[in-house]
Design a protein around this ligand. Structure first.
Ligand SMILES: [Zn+2]
Length: 229
């Protein structure tokens, strides 16, 4: 989970208009315009697990709508989530951090623990020195459940998800190894590629940023590069 900017674009303006119309008629909030704008805003990835290639997309209410009509149709309360994450979050994990307002990976660490051949464990912790809050604690709990699962079905889905994370992170580490070996123009190209991998529209970005943070010796060139321009 990383910060995603809600930009003012043609698609988001159309989505907001369609939500206003739906609200007046007490209609459905999941209009085609809203889906399109959410896909654009969230770079086609689930805001919780940061996976892109999913078959079932859902519109998630950050604050559960309950009987509050304004929350149901509020563009700023609508998030793009995969079915796995949406089902787990439901209304149980409330309140969590709003990733359109907060740099989540500045306050929560995202780490893969364990070694090759052992059952991998994904670990989420409040960053040292950051004040404790209910939002941070619940976001960590939600992430833990999303990547480990609790019910049989969730566990199965989480295993598939963890496998995707492993593949992506191992590819990312190879890019860095390659970068360190290269010189001249090739090295500059590799640098650009790695910087793109650390942007908010990439897959599992929070984990990649924490690989950089945890390895200042061989990742120093990339430290905080996602915060520049
Ligand atoms: Zn997800």
């Amino acid at each position: 989970m990383v910060k995603i900017e809600r930009r003012d674009t043609e698609k988001t303006r159309k989505a907001i208009q369609s939500l206003e119309k739906a609200k007046q008629k007490s209609g459905k909030y999941n209009t085609p315009e809203v889906f399109e704008a959410l896909q654009e805003t969230f770079h086609g990835k689930c805001y919780i697990c940061e996976k892109k290639n999913v078959t079932s997309w859902e519109i998630e209410h950050l604050k559960p709508q309950g009987k509050d009509v304004s929350l149901k149709y509020d563009w700023h309360n609508l998030f793009l989530a995969c079915a796995h994450c949406n089902h787990i979050k439901g209304s149980k994990y409330t309140p969590i951090l709003d990733c359109t307002k907060i740099d989540v990976d500045d306050v929560i660490s995202f780490r893969k623990l364990g070694y090759f051949g052992t059952e991998e464990l994904l670990d989420f912790k409040r960053v040292d020195g950051v004040a404790d809050s209910q939002e941070i604690a619940l976001t960590c709990e939600l992430l833990q459940r999303v990547y480990s699962g609790k019910t049989t079905r969730e566990k199965f889905e989480a295993k598939v998800l963890r496998n995707d994370v492993m593949i992506e992170l191992s590819k990312f580490k190879n890019y860095i190894r390659e970068y360190l070996r290269l010189t001249g123009e090739n090295r500059r190209d590799a640098f650009e590629l790695i910087c793109r991998e650390l942007k908010s529209n990439s897959l599992f970005t929070a984990f990649k940023r924490w690989i950089v943070r945890d390895n200042p010796d061989w990742c120093r060139d990339f430290m905080d590069c996602w915060k520049k321009n």
